[in-house]
Design a protein around this ligand. Sequence first.
Ligand SMILES: NC(=O)c1ccc[n+]([C@@H]2O[C@H](COP(=O)([O-])OP(=O)(O)OC[C@H]3O[C@@H](n4cnc5c(N)ncnc54)[C@H](OP(=O)(O)O)[C@@H]3O)[C@@H](O)[C@H]2O)c1
Length: 294
Amino acid sequence: MCKSSRPNDSRPRIAVAGATGRVGSSLIASLVSEPLDLIALSRKPDAESVPSGVALAAVDFDVPSSLDDALRGVDRLFLAHGTSPRQVANEIALIDAAVAAGVGQIVKLSAMGPPSRLHPMDWHMQIEAHLATFDIGYTVLRPSTFVDILARAGGQVADDSWGGAAGEGLVNLIDTRDVADVARAALLDDAHPTAQRAYHLTGPRAVSMPEIAEEISKLLGRTITYQQRSAAEQREKLLAGGLNEFVADLLVGLDRLFHDSAFGETTSTVENLTGNAPRSVAGWLSENISKFRK
Ligand SMILES: NC(=O)c1ccc[n+]([C@@H]2O[C@H](COP(=O)([O-])OP(=O)(O)OC[C@H]3O[C@@H](n4cnc5c(N)ncnc54)[C@H](OP(=O)(O)O)[C@@H]3O)[C@@H](O)[C@H]2O)c1
């Protein structure tokens, strides 16, 4: 299933799983002009978000041969997967198919966080442990929380009901474009084809939810408050708002980690690997402030 140019044997062949997602689409956009053969993996073979010039491989995780077909001849794989109870099984299936196909390097999108029974940290621990059983090159990217989770608060900010159980905890939110830029650097690193490494990726500075409320207030010209709730109150609120238990528990778990400043560290990895300072929360808010207006 192809929407693209012919593969060229002298150029690296890079497959991107999760290509229609936040990080994957940014990565594809930045790789499309490089001298390589790019293949976007998607469950939707007519995915319109894949730019022209990129081959499109349809994958069905329930049909293992579709993974084998998609990865045949691939040199390097970027592995991202949306948050889902299928994540562990699907990522492990892709890793196994990649190893069987002779893929030499995998760049896996994981997540920062403590060893935990909370999703998705526990899932990533299982997938990383599986990856570690293979003697191939891999780079595990462990970003802190993506800044665009704030978009979820847009409607609540607009109607003055934003809040949660994060307290005054610090979180160093990262822009998904910076995660994609690091993935690009890792995929194009020809100097370390067999290296096995893990990078912790953060934004430039940790902030608390009340500080974010102040920043939004400045941009909107009115006072926005982050309403402090207990974890139980927040869970109730999320369920009452129509979220299912899986998503509510995921978000309350995240608040708990924010509360404990589990994503509060600052690393220089984005700048070291890309040459550019990571984008700030204030910058993202300014670009996206329309999401928070009434
Ligand atoms: N959100 C955060 O704050 C954060 C922070 C750190 C790490 N992470 C990690 O980043 C990863 C997500 O990356 P992302 O935000 O770029 O991904 P995303 O936009 O949520 O989704 C990536 C793609 O995964 C594919 N996918 C395949 N099977 C899926 C399934 N069963 N359910 C959902 N999607 C499926 C989808 O592509 P098709 O529909 O085209 O098949 C989707 O576009 C997760 O592993 C998460 O733990 C997230």
